[in-house]
Design a protein around this ligand. Structure first.
Ligand SMILES: [Zn+2]
Ligand SMILES: [Zn+2]
Length: 176
């Protein structure tokens, strides 16, 4: 009759021992402060990037009309294709995609671009800044050298622009 109690007691003793051990160790463990910090840096939640084209640049077919849209990354540029058959040709025509997407983003996001200074050097942007694209985010710089620097350094710069965008939108909506 008493037999089942023994394993139970044993479990309790072990569990208490384990807890005591954890408690004893806990002062040594440094509190992790990185999570709240990075959340504070991120500020307002970033909206997902929106691809600026509605059609596949290879076939001209509307995206989604041939099944699930195919996503492609061409050296940091987000590209969407109507189907997997377009993949190879898209890689060969990266220039076309970069040119067309940059133009579309300049038209869509250029007027509301949230920063006044070049991301790379901090100088005020000229009246006709140079556009480049990371992911589906427009970046504006003042010189070819700055454009090359951002292109080489990758997607973190797009995050900076998108955070500024989110902050600008937040400020605009709280003004209403
Ligand atoms: Zn296709
Ligand atoms: Zn610059």
């Amino acid at each position: 009759m008493n037999q089942p109690v023994v394993p139970l007691l044993l479990t309790l003793v072990l569990a208490c021992g384990l807890r005591a051990q954890l408690t004893a160790e806990s002062p040594v463990v440094e509190p992790i402060v990185t999570a709240p910090d990075s959340a504070a840096i991120a500020g307002p939640a970033l909206e997902p990037e929106v691809y600026p084209l509605t059609h596949c640049l290879i076939t001209g077919a509307p995206l989604g009309s041939m099944g699930e849209v195919v996503q492609l990354d061409l050296h940091g540029l987000s590209v969407q294709l109507c189907c997997a058959h377009c993949d190879e040709e898209a890689r060969e025509r990266e220039d076309l995609f970069r040119k067309t997407i940059t133009k579309a983003l300049l038209k869509r996001d250029g007027p509301d671009y949230p920063l006044r200074d070049c991301l790379a050097c901090g100088q005020p942007l000229p009246r006709k800044p140079l556009p480049l694209v990371q992911g589906s985010t427009l970046l504006l710089v003042d010189t070819e050298a700055c454009a090359a620097r951002l292109a080489a350094e990758g997607g973190a710069w797009a995050q900076t622009v998108r955070a500024a965008q989110a902050a600008a939108r937040g400020a605009a909506s709280s003004n209403h």
